[in-house]
Structure formats: C-alpha cells, structure tokens
Design a protein around this ligand. Structure first.
Ligand code: G1P
Length: 274
C-alpha cells in the first residue's frame, strides 16, 4: 500500500553549529539514537519497507549508520554490549535504504522533487526527521497510512499552535469533517499571523500521491526564496482531494534547541520508565 518513505536530509543544521559542522544534523542523538533513526522506526511501524533518503554533501555517516559495522559487531559479539545494537539491527533487517543527493539546498519542495526517481508512481510518506513524534498508540505515520487506506488521497499532519508561532509553519484552511479531519482548501507557507488562514500548522509528516511531483515541477520559489512543498500541495488541491489530519501524539521540533532538549527529556523518561 504505502511502501516508501522519503526523508529529506540535506539541510545544514546551522542552528546546531558547531555540532553540525562535520556531523549531519540527522545524526544528532536524542539519548542513544540519532534523530533519523526515530523517523525510520516510525516508518517501519507503519509497514513501510523502503527508506528513500535525500542526502547532500557531508552526509555519508547516514549511509554508514544504516549498514553493518563488521569490526564493531565482531568485537562485541557474545558480550553484554551486544544488546545495544538490537534496535539498529532490526531497522537494517527490515528495511531497504536508497539514497540520492540534493546538490543545492533549494527548499523542502526541491528536496522532495529530487527524490522523485526513488519513489516512482506510487503514493508515499514523507518524514521530516527534525520533527520527532511520540505517541501512546500507533505512530503518527501509521495513523496516516491507516487513513490513506480508507481515503486514498494526500494527507498532511496538523496541530494547533499559538497565533504568533504560525509564521514558522505551513498553515491550512480546511472544512472540518470531524474533530480530527479536514478537507484542505488552502495552504500557505510561513504566513504572518494576519495572513494565516488558521492556527493549524502542518508538521513534518505527509502522505502524498505521485501527482505532487508534477505540481512540484511547476513551482517557482516561494517563502524564503525556496521551492516550497506547501505551495505544491496548495496547487495539488485544485486537482485532487487533500486531507489535514489532527494526529494523536506529541511532536517535538528538534530543529531548535528547546525542542531538542524537550525531546531528549521525554525519551529519557520513557527509557527509564519514569
Ligand atoms: C517545513 C515545512 C512547513 C512545516 C514544517 C514542519 O518547514 O516547509 O510547512 O510546517 O516543516 O516542521 P521548515 O521547518 O523546514 O522551515
């Protein structure tokens, strides 16, 4: 059904300099796992097997992470330390990783378009690893895949934010079908509070039909001079139904320090059973 997940992972992570000078921001650890592994595990939970990662220069450690490390595995085989590799082994066993490079950083829309040949002509998920989502039941992408099975259309995950925060997000206007589901009428990237269609912000989880690549191809630069995924979805609305889904769970914005620390604390508590 949805078998591929695209991970845009070419950004510089300037907010975490100097940590991200040579290390990809996706490899920053939240406790003992790099950020991107949380996203990959979320995709696996949703029944997705192919991880399509759009990388860039200086991101080779991402590929190494999702591969066997013979020397290390040999050294710790049969010791008590072996258990620390259980999660990543599980991830590697269950998934296929495919990569492409985004040569220029031209925005999220451009990153998704760069991954087109890894996806092909099927609906796919997108996870922005910076947004770490924690939920009590099904993962956010699993919730969305289930919804896709029923609705067969593109879906964006949304949450309500304070009016002064909407400028950091894509904002939607929608016709609400129930408390958690709306048919999207309009999407605006990074609006000022007076221009925002609502306080419902898109977060980094999407299910997209392959038609998005056609609308992306036609996009010119939008907010911040970048090719915006939001603008392409806004164009898609004219051709296909797009749903906004108010997900169940908590999203941490690990693209900034406050969110990163909050996620670290939450995961730490979870690990320790606190
Ligand atoms: C991106 C999207 C934006 C979305 C946000 C969620 O923005 O362009 O629509 O609301 O992710 O995290 P970025 O955070 O890359 O500026």
């Amino acid at each position: 059904m949805i078998d591929k997940c695209l991970f845009p992972a070419a950004g510089y992570g300037t907010r975490f300099l100097p940590a991200t000078k040579v290390m990809p921001k996706e490899m920053l650890p939240i406790c003992t796992k790099p950020l991107i592994q949380y996203g990959v595990e979320e995709a696996i939970e949703a029944g997705i097997h192919t991880m399509a990662i759009v990388t860039g220069r200086g991101k080779r450690t991402l590929e190494d992470h999702f591969d066997i490390s013979y020397e290390l595995e040999h050294q710790i085989r049969g010791t008590t330390k072996e258990k620390h590799l259980a999660d990543i082994r599980n991830v590697i066993d269950k998934s296929r990783f495919v990569y492409t490079r985004q040569r220029e950083i031209k925005g999220l829309g451009h990153a998704v378009l760069t991954g087109r040949h890894l996806i092909g002509k099927e609906a796919f998920a997108v996870i922005l690893a910076d947004d770490l989502c924690v939920s009590k039941g099904d993962s956010v992408v699993k919730q969305m895949v289930e919804l896709y099975k029923r609705e067969r259309c593109s879906i964006v995950a949304v949450m309500e934010v304070a009016p002064n925060e909407i400028i950091s997000y894509g904002s939607i206007a929608g016709d609400w079908i129930d408390d958690n589901l709306a048919v999207v009428r309009e999407m605006v990237e990074k609006p000022t509070p007076d221009k925002a269609p609502s306080n419902f912000a898109v977060i980094g989880r999407y299910i997209l039909t392959p038609r998005i690549f056609e609308t992306l191809e036609k996009q010119s630069a939008g907010a911040n001079g970048e090719i915006q995924l939001t603008d392409a979805i806004n164009a898609l609305i004219k051709e296909e139904k797009v749903l906004a889904y108010r997900f169940s769970g908590i999203r941490y914005d690990c693209g900034n320090l406050d969110g990163f620390v909050a996620a670290t604390n939450a995961i730490y508590k979870q690990m320790k059973g606190l």
